[in-house]
Design a protein around this ligand. Sequence first.
Ligand code: 0O2
Length: 202
Amino acid sequence: MNWGAKLAPYAQVVEELKIKLKGIRKQFEYESRHSPIEFITGRVKPIPSILEKAEARGISLENIDRDMQDIAGVRVVCQFVDDIYTVVKMIRSRQDFNIIEEKDYISEKKESGYRSYHIIIDYPVETIDGMKKIIAEIQIRTLAMNFWATNEHSLNYKYKGRIPTEIKERLQRAAEAAFKLDEEMSAIKHEVQEAQRIFHRK
Ligand code: 0O2
């Protein structure tokens, strides 16, 4: 497989999605309004991870365009939980993102403790061989959810998916603590936003 050629449209999609989502943040900034988006990151899944996931899920390499939905991945990180739903609504109402699936791992967290909102879209990208529709995953989560997921991801990598029970339990407690942090921050959201407005005016 010529991976460079295969992944080029995915890289293009990640860049386009990042620009578009950053555009939302900028529009809020120009209008001095609280942006529901704190920051955006994006990546094309590294080839070893693609191969590993294909093997683990029994996905044939011929079908990865269709069956592996997170080769192009963009992450939207928000301050508050309700910002996530604001972003979800904005994505739903866009003409240029065609949603094929939504996964709400916030109201239904994963067994690991993982929380995040995932939107799978198919997105048209112009290539030198014409238009190609590429599936991409947008993960939307709070700073606290992101902190947890980043640490858990590192541990999963370290332990090759077999995190010792004691650490697993700590991670589950940490996930609940992160959720509690989000709830507490949501309760004083307006105070925090007012303070941030005053700070920005200075
Ligand atoms: P990486 O290294 O981040 O690329 P499914 O719907 O469950 O059959 P799939 O495709 O795994 O299949 O979808 P899902 O569950 O929405 O997960 C896609 C991505 O979400 C994962 O990609 C992770 O980035 C993130 N994710 C899902 N569950 C967890 C979790 O328990 N912990 C962490 N840290 N991240 C998670 P990859 O390919 O697993 O990994």
